[in-house]
Design a protein around this ligand. Structure first.
Ligand code: FES
Length: 122
């Protein structure tokens, strides 16, 4: 059901926890399943210097967030806002159709955190 990349990121997720001195933060819940994800970032000079996540979510949500955070580090705020869940799914080698919403959760958490930052920080 899951690709090796998904399993790898689920079993050994990267960037779990809370970014130190975070100035961007957002928590989002999935209307589909009720799972919750929190994303924290430290943004300096318009660059995502650090990004971490915590989730009460499924394997696909953990793998998506792990992959998304790895893709985000070092990006500008503008490029980070453009990151789509479809790119994260592609980097994971695919997700089962019923698990697509789990990657949307990661995208929404990222966008929400950056929007909060643009509004003046956490
Ligand atoms: Fe809830 Fe995947 S089933 S995030």
């Amino acid at each position: 059901m899951y690709t090796d990349k998904v399993m790898e990121n689920f079993q050994n997720p990267q960037n779990v926890g809370e970014a130190e001195n975070a100035n961007a933060k957002y928590t989002v819940g999935s209307p589909e399943c009720g799972d919750i994800m929190e994303m924290t970032m430290r943004i300096e000079d318009n660059i995502i210097k650090d990004v971490k996540f915590r989730t009460f979510g499924c394997a696909a949500a953990i793998a998506s967030s792990s992959m998304a955070t790895q893709m985000l580090k070092g990006k500008t705020v503008e490029d980070a806002l453009k990151l789509k869940n479809t790119e994260v799914i592609a980097a994971l080698g695919g997700l089962p159709p019923q698990k697509i919403h789990c990657s949307v959760l990661a995208e929404e958490a990222i966008k929400g955190a950056i929007e909060n930052y643009l509004k003046g920080g956490v």
